[in-house]
Design a protein around this ligand. Structure first.
Ligand code: ZN
Ligand code: ZN
Length: 299
């Protein structure tokens, strides 16, 4: 077995990482994250744009777990596939979504992952309140009878495109409240929050956002932060991730998010574009400089 250098003791800063591809094997995401000196990683456990997925083979799981132990990547976050719509008003789509989400949970548990991130879904054809109720019902149905152990489902806040619910922390609060046995957590996407109308750009806007998070879902339940700048403008309800410091949120504001004491226990994960060679390295270097600071500011 090759010896991979181990990271130092758990630092007093949030864990950082990125969404990494699984082409050639799930363990390749861990190896990429490790090569980039990440603590954490996010993956899809399957093709994110198809309903059907080949079941995971025993040796794939063993391989993943072995490489994870070697690289000590922690946490491992799985992002659910994009076809799932737990809030669907259409009964057929909802049933397919519940079945697919249940599969995502089972895959995540078998892989020994820590979290499964899912968007609450689109209430198209129904009102927002119905969408929220449907989403909660779907989550309870999908998880029924599964021993989740330490595995936790995280609801991601959305940009509020179209009829998507989850663009207000109140929506997440209501879904979480309707599923008390599931201990749902939250994944906070900075680009989604910003284009949904939470103005992260100045200190007051960020304080108000953190306050809304704390009041509705509890900052301690934010287990992951999708750390993205936004190519779309404030309050546009459009979902376009962009390179850190080059979008409408900007470096100064994102630095404030990365250094927020309320979010220190969350894993910060980039979902920024990889357009040219070196983009991941550059965005990670920026995130790293934010969380590590230069001693010029009290945390
Ligand atoms: Zn997402
Ligand atoms: Zn996201």
């Amino acid at each position: 077995m090759t010896t991979i250098p181990q990271p130092a003791e758990t630092p007093r800063r949030p864990r950082i990482g990125l969404h990494a591809p699984i082409a050639g094997g799930l363990q390749n995401a861990l190896l990429k994250a490790h090569a980039l000196r990440c603590d954490a990683v996010q993956i899809f456990s399957r093709n994110p744009r198809g309903w059907s997925a080949r079941p995971l083979a025993g040796d794939e799981i063993e391989n993943f777990k072995r490489v994870r132990a070697e690289t000590r990547i922690d946490p491992v976050v799985v992002h659910a596939n994009y076809l799932i719509n737990l809030a669907a008003a259409d009964a057929t789509i909802r049933q397919k979504s519940v079945a697919s989400f249940r599969e995502e949970i089972e895959r995540g548990v078998r892989l020994g992952a820590d979290y499964l991130v899912v968007h609450p879904g689109s209430a198209k054809g129904a009102c927002e309140a119905d969408g929220i109720r449907t989403c909660a019902e779907s989550l309870r149905e999908a998880c029924a009878g599964i021993d989740l152990g330490g595995f936790r489902v995280l609801l991601e806040n959305t940009a509020g495109q179209g009829a998507c619910i989850g663009h207000r922390f109140e929506h997440l609060r209501d879904i979480i409240g309707a599923c008390p046995a599931l201990h749902l957590g939250v994944c906070l996407d900075t680009a989604h929050a910003f284009t949904a109308g939470y103005d992260l750009r100045d200190e007051d806007g960020f304080a108000a956002t953190i306050e809304a998070v704390e009041r509705n879902v509890g900052a301690a339940n934010v287990r992951a932060v999708h750390f993205n700048d936004s190519k779309a403008d404030y309050n546009s309800r459009v979902d376009r991730h962009w390179h850190i410091g080059q979008g409408h949120i900007g470096a100064q504001a994102l630095r404030r998010v990365a250094r927020a004491p309320e979010l220190r226990e969350a894993a910060f994960l980039l979902e920024t574009p990889l357009d040219v060679q070196g983009d991941d390295e550059r965005n990670l270097a920026t995130l790293r400089s934010f969380v590590e600071g230069n001693g010029d500011e009290q945390p």
